[in-house]
Write a protein that binds this ligand. Structure first.
Ligand code: GDP
Length: 476
């Protein structure tokens, strides 16, 4: 055995053109010289060469050598870009094992990067998430985890705490040093408030990060027979036997729960919602409750309507429920294939009709699908991800004030009985859906039209498509 030099196949797709075999450890450079025709290993260069088993050429390859300071693991590392397929790749790996390398355990390259101080634990965690990401939004979130790791956020906070602590200790241990700064409670308190705020921000960030990591809860909701199961089947890419042609016979109110592309899908039939006012049977009552609960627990609700019947009263009551619960919303008009005599304007007209029904919440994405023909089904997920990004957006106070205070100055709230109303600053509230507090001297005199103005201006500066935006006026 060499000096614990590890090796692994990093990529070897069955039909892929190129595979990568990696090696890390003190003997990586000497081993590559032994199994190739490379005369010398120059760090941080890519060299063209051949992998040899005795005199037999195994493959024509590109070999990258990374010196200690410049490699992922902080050790000498070699990457062999060989031809793809499993056979050649395995031959090369076998050669490395014969020369005394050992197979890396899962995640061992990243473990070494961590142990050698190249990355911290949260970055290692983020790398793991990135490798496993199934959707663009998960990958973006993992990248954010990599760039703004918790450790990097914590270190300055901890350093400042240590400084303050040591100044307090100096005060206690050497009371005679009168020149030293006196750490009275008036001096310490602002630090405590600042640290509390910073810690709160970190907790919020971490909570949002884990939400994306664990998947977006997407409820597909609508009347029986509108095509919810067909859409789910089409997205999952497999037949799950959950489709029946007779309305209302598919399932109970909530019966299906699937995970794909970073979404947790739940299918909810809204058969019960129609009769909510006169619910008598126990079963019906619980079905209504569970539908409401599903909406409450969702991040994004995909409301499916039937293109052949248009948006109906029952669809509207579901829509209102989604909005009342302040959830992200996407409207899917399914069975688009059944709409006869479509022209270039049909979609536009349909959209306009929906916008009229759902006004003033007209800023909701509308996607026209045919679950049967798998038409535009991925657009539904993309829209849900976009809405989720808007739903979970956190805008720093400074950015909010920079955008909104000039708007307010241009069009200030009307005075009330000669009293001048001044909005001083704006901050986003720590609620799951976007909500904003406007601090002013006389909040009780600001009327609804002005609140709508504030909401519209927020929407014009920041993307809140598919979400409700709450505006609160608070006393300052
Ligand atoms: P669910 O009750 O909302 O889950 O609806 P299903 O997915 O069970 O679909 C009910 C019926 O509508 C089935 O016969 C489906 O084949 C049919 N269906 C679903 N989506 C479409 C579509 O986009 N076009 C057409 N033509 N039929 C559809």
């Amino acid at each position: 055995m060499l000096n614990d030099t590890i090796c692994a196949i990093s990529t070897a797709l069955k039909d892929g053109a190129i595979s990568i075999v990696r090696m890390s450890g003190e003997d990586a450079f000497s081993v590559i010289r032994e199994i190739s025709d490379l005369k010398e290993t120059v760090p941080n260069r890519i060299a063209y060469g051949h992998i040899l088993d005795h005199d037999e050429i195994i493959d024509e390859v590109l070999i990258s050598c990374f010196g200690k300071g410049h490699s992922y693991t902080c050790e000498d590392m070699v990457e062999i870009n060989c031809h793809g397929g499993v056979y050649v790749t395995k031959m090369i790996l076998n050669l490395l094992l014969q020369k005394g390398c050992r197979l890396a355990e899962p995640g061992e390259f990243t473990k070494r990067a961590y142990l050698n101080g190249r990355i911290d634990l949260s970055e290692a965690d983020a790398i793991n998430d990135l490798v496993k990401a199934e959707s663009a939004i998960q990958a973006r979130s993992a990248i954010r985890g990599l760039n703004g790791s918790i450790e990097r956020l914590l270190t300055p906070l901890m350093d400042e705490m240590k400084d303050v602590l040591s100044m307090i200790e100096v005060n206690i241990d050497y009371p005679e040093y009168e020149d030293e700064k006196q750490m009275t409670s008036d001096v310490i308190k602002p630090y405590l408030w600042k640290w509390q705020k910073q810690a709160q921000e970190m907790i919020e960030k971490a909570e949002r990060f884990s939400l994306v990591k664990d998947g977006i809860d997407t409820v597909i909701i609508g009347k029986p027979n509108v095509g919810k199961s067909s859409l789910t089947n089409a997205l999952l890419g497999e037949e799950r036997n959950i489709v029946t042609p007779v309305a209302g016979t598919t399932r109970d109110a909530i019966s299906s729960y699937y995970n794909k592309f970073g979404h947790e899908f739940m299918i909810v039939d809204t058969a019960g919602l129609r009769k909510k006012a006169k619910v008598t049977e126990d079963l019906e009552f619980y079905s209504v409750l569970r539908s409401i609960r599903a909406i409450e627990n969702a991040d994004v609700c995909v409301l499916m309507i039937d293109a052949t019947s248009g948006i109906e009263a029952q669809d509207m009551s579901i829509f209102n429920l989604i909005i009342r619960n302040k959830k992200g919303c996407v409207i899917v008009v399914n069975k688009w294939d059944l709409v006869p005599d479509k022209t270039a304007n049909t979609m536009k007209e349909f959209k306009a009709a929906i916008a009229k029904r759902i006004a003033p919440m007209s800023d909701i994405p509308v996607i026209f699908t045919s679950a049967t023909n798998k038409q535009r089904i991925m657009d539904v997920l993309e829209a849900a991800e976009h809405v989720y990004a808007n739903y979970s957006r956190r805008i720093p106070t400074s950015q909010l004030n920079d955008a909104m205070l000039p708007e307010i100055e241009n069009y200030p709230p009307p005075a009330w009985k000669g009293k001048y109303i001044k909005i001083k600053y704006i901050t986003q509230l720590p609620t799951p859906s976007p909500s904003f507090a406007f601090f002013c001297n006389l909040p009780q005199y600001i009327r609804d039209p002005y609140k709508r103005f504030l909401e519209n201006k927020l929407r014009s500066h920041f993307d809140f498509t598919g979400c409700t935006v709450q505006v609160y006026l608070r006393q300052k």
